[in-house]
Every structure is written in structure tokens, then in C-alpha cells.
Design a protein around this ligand. Structure first.
Ligand code: NAP
Ligand code: F7E
Length: 374
């Protein structure tokens, strides 16, 4: 299903694609390259950029099974005319692939979303996380220099940088105190992005995004783990939900709102770093309560604590102040906490019902718990 694209010819350092609309009218299409296009944010960003008329290239990794579920609805046969989404193989651990991709595509905008993004997992694979999430960024930035091009560059920085936060709410000037190998890797990526802006005058921005979730969120992040489990419990597919630290507080927003901020940053006058957050924080316990109560379930009957989900070092409280983004980019979140929980539960309830039907049809034994090793 993924094809190596036939790349259009180049016409100099900054290339503009011309799609003929007939009668001599031309559309000047910008080209964007997304690392991490198969992830939650990558899929929403690809949708947004395609809607805006961009030609979108996404870097995907070779996998023994398909991992393009989140973008399958956007994918078109490359043999069809006018296809604007192209997938190319590459890896943030492999400089040569990045060099080739950049030389060939010469994008106007690069969104570096690729990462080993799970905080708990980063304690198990710290070196690998450093390679992909940290050094991967400098590999991509160097590939830009080697290609001799001047694209705008977005780095997916994270509120995890604040870690053991020294002030609340956190802003662009709050000092960092990373609390995990993931956050340490993101700190390197943040500073190297800033360094390339200062050293080479690159239009490079850090979006310091607070937690953002959706119906496409990976199932081992806490929000989706809760909405998947609660809806499966509701339809009788699961009996218990095992959780870690319920006291942690997060500033949760909706991913679709947050990818818009990425685009706004690269289309602002000046390259700068921005906090993107809702300005409201809730505990994991509140997320659980809200989810179960929406489903008319008493959460205390189903939720148990399993210490394996505690982290060696925890980030207790995150709360972002996105005033700068509101002021300078005109960005604000559209979906609040209750709406977020509702849209995720509605989606996952449908999924659970489909699972029930499949289970009944094929006489599959009901699993007591899902694969939730983290
Ligand atoms: P995600 O769902 O975990 O997606 C991560 C993406 O990175 C996937 O497409 C993955 O590909 C790709 N990737 C992993 N290793 C790679 C490698 N070696 N080379 C190339 N690509 C690789 O993450 P997300 O939630 O969309 O987040 C997007 C970015 O924002 C990440 O950098 C994350 O750290 C950061 N961030 C996220 C949040 C949040 O709340 N979601 C907040 C702040 C910052 P596969 O599909 O092949 O695994
Ligand atoms: O955990 C607590 C856990 O894994 C949130 C990534 O996208 O956002 C994400 O990182 C909180 C933590 O996200 C379970 O201890 C309790 O305090 O959903 P999470 P995260 O660690 O905040 C940031 C901004 C990123 O940049 C990252 O890429 O929930 N928690 N019990 C649990 N968490 C999980 N996963 N599973 C539990 O059972």
C-alpha cells in the first residue's frame, strides 16, 4: 500500500509545485515533510495540511505489519492523478535516509514529530529513546544543511521538559527540570533546535505542547487506556482496569486543536518558541471519574492500583499558560476537558461494540484485561 513516490523534478533550492487547474490558472502548492506521520499528531497534521492545499510527504518506518491505520483514510493510490499525500521510507536513526529524503523532496516546511514518545517506556529503553527522540532531531537538522535548503522547521517539544516544575503555571520562560530519559532527550532536541536558529538563522520553532489526546491516541497513554477500558467494561469485554499514580495532574487538550498551533508557528513572521496548553489541569483520578460517570459506572468497583505502572520519577503537576500563543498566533483551544472525555468515550464505545460483535461471531473467549503492560 505504501509506494515509493516518483519525485517531481526540481527547479532550484526552493521549489514550488504547480498543479494545473486548467485555463492557464496555476496553484502554488507548498510542500511539507512530516516525521511521525503515522502517529496521533502526524495523522491530524497531515489532514490539516492537505486541507490547506499542501503537498504532504510523510516519513514511515519499515514494519513487518502495517502501521498506517491512522492515515489510511487519507491515502490514495499513487497512480491516481492529483495525489498529494506521499509516503517515503526513512528513520530518525538513519542519517543517510534523511539526507536522501531531504535532497529529493526539498520541502518548504518540516514537522519533526517522530519520537519514542512514551515516558514510562523511556525508562526501559533510555539509550534508544535518546537516539530517536534526541539525536534524531540533529540528524534531521543536519540533513537540511547538507541538502542546502532553507525550510521552516517545527520541533515537537514537550511539557515534560518542566518535569519537577519550579513554577505553576509553566510558560516559555519556566526553567526545565526533566524527570525521565524521554524528557532528557526532548531537552537536547529543544536546545539543538534553538541552536540551529541562532547559529544558522534557520526558521526553527519549538512548540512546547502540553498533553493532548484524541480518539487516535496510543492505547497505552493514560487517557486512552482509561476510555478503552471503561467502554470495554461497559459492554462486558473487560473486568478490571489496573492503574498507576492517580494523583498526577495534567493539562489535557485535544490533539486536533494542537496541530493547528504547529502550522501557525511556521507561518508566523518570526521563528519563536510557544507553549500550547488549555490552562486547566485535572488529576488522573478525575479523568477516570469523568469517564466512568459518563458511562453510568461506579469506577471504584473496577479500578485497582498496580505498582508496576508507577514511574521511577514522576511529574506531579503540569499546567500551561499559552498567553503568548493566544496573543501572537491567535491560537486558542476549542475543545475542553469534558468534551474531550466525551468524544473519546463515544468513539471507544463504538469500538467496544464492534469488538463484542466480532467476539460473538467468532466465539473468541473474552479477555479479562487488554494488553496493558505499561
Ligand atoms: P506517537 O503517536 O507516539 O507517534 C510517534 C511517531 O513517531 C510515530 O509515527 C512513530 O512511527 C514515529 N517514530 C518513532 N520512532 C521513529 C523513528 N526511529 N524514525 C521515524 N519515526 C519514528 O506520538 P504523538 O502523540 O503523535 O506525538 C507527536 C510528537 O509530539 C512526538 O515527538 C511526541 O514526543 C511529541 N509530544 C506529544 C505530546 C502529546 O501529548 N501527544 C505532547 C508533547 C510532545 P511508528 O508508527 O512506526 O511507531
Ligand atoms: O501519563 C499517570 C502517569 O503516559 C500521564 C506523552 O505524550 O504527554 C505524554 O506523557 C500521567 C502520568 O502521558 C497510568 O504516571 C497513572 O503521570 O498518558 P501518560 P505523559 O507521561 O504525561 C507528554 C506531554 C509527552 O510529551 C509524551 O510524549 O498518568 N498514570 N496510571 C498512568 N500513565 C499510563 N501511561 N498508564 C497508567 O496506567
Amino acid at each position: 500500500m505504501v509506494s515509493k513516490t516518483s519525485l517531481p523534478p526540481k527547479a532550484g533550492a526552493v521549489r514550488v509545485r504547480r498543479d494545473w487547474l486548467g485555463k492557464g490558472r496555476v496553484r502554488m502548492a507548498k510542500t511539507a515533510l512530516i516525521s511521525g506521520i503515522t502517529g496521533q499528531d502526524g495523522s491530524f497534521l497531515a489532514e490539516l495540511l492537505l486541507d490547506k492545499g499542501y503537498e504532504v510527504y510523510g516519513i514511515i518506518r519499515r514494519s513487518s505489519s502495517f502501521n498506517t491505520d491512522r492515515i489510511d483514510h487519507l491515502y490514495q493510490d499513487p497512480h491516481e492523478k492529483g495525489t498529494r499525500l506521499h509516503l517515503v521510507y526513512g528513520d530518525l536513526n538513519d542519517s543517510s535516509s534523511l539526507n536522501t529524503v531531504l535532497r529529493q523532496i526539498q520541502p518548504d516546511e518540516i514537522y519533526n514529530l517522530g519520537a519514542q514518545s512514551h515516558v514510562r517506556v523511556s525508562f526501559d529503553i533510555p539509550e534508544y529513546t535518546g537516539e530517536v527522540t534526541g539525536l534524531g532531531t540533529v540528524r534531521l537538522l543536519e540533513a537540511v544543511r547538507e541538502a542546502g535548503i532553507r525550510p521552516k522547521f517545527y520541533q515537537a517539544s514537550s511539557s515534560e521538559l518542566y518535569g519537577k516544575a519550579v513554577e505553576t503555571p509553566q510558560t516559555e520562560t519556566t526553567p526545565f527540570h526533566p524527570r525521565s530519559p524521554y524528557a532528557c532527550a526532548k531537552a537536547y532536541a529543544y536546545y539543538i533546535t534553538l541552536n540551529y536558529r541562532e547559529s544558522y538563522g534557520m526558521f526553527a520553532c519549538n512548540g512546547i505542547l502540553f498533553n493532548h489526546e484524541s480518539e487516535r491516541r496510543g492505547e497505552t497513554f493514560v487517557s486512552r487506556k482509561i476510555t478503552r477500558a471503561a467502554t470495554r467494561i461497559k459492554v462486558g469485554l473487560q473486568e478490571k482496569l489496573y492503574m498507576g499514580n492517580l494523583d498526577a495532574q495534567r493539562d489535557w487538550g485535544y490533539a486536533r486543536d494542537y496541530v493547528e498551533a504547529m502550522w501557525l508557528m511556521l507561518n508566523a513572521e518570526e521563528p519563536q518558541d510557544y507553549v500550547i496548553a488549555t490552562g486547566v489541569t485535572h488529576s488522573v483520578r478525575e479523568f477516570i471519574e469523568r469517564t466512568f460517570s459518563y458511562l453510568d459506572l461506579d469506577w471504584q468497583r473496577y479500578v485497582e492500583i498496580d505498582p508496576r505502572y508507577f514511574r521511577p520519577a514522576e511529574v506531579d503537576l503540569l499546567l500551561g499558560d499559552a498567553s503568548k500563543a493566544r496573543r501572537e498566533l491567535g491560537w486558542e483551544p476549542k475543545v475542553n476537558f469534558d468534551q474531550l472525555v466525551k468524544l473519546m468515550v463515544d468513539h471507544d464505545l463504538q469500538l467496544a461494540k464492534q469488538e463484542t460483535e466480532a467476539t460473538e461471531m467468532h466465539h473468541v473467549p473474552v479477555a479479562k484485561a487488554r494488553r496493558e503492560s505499561i
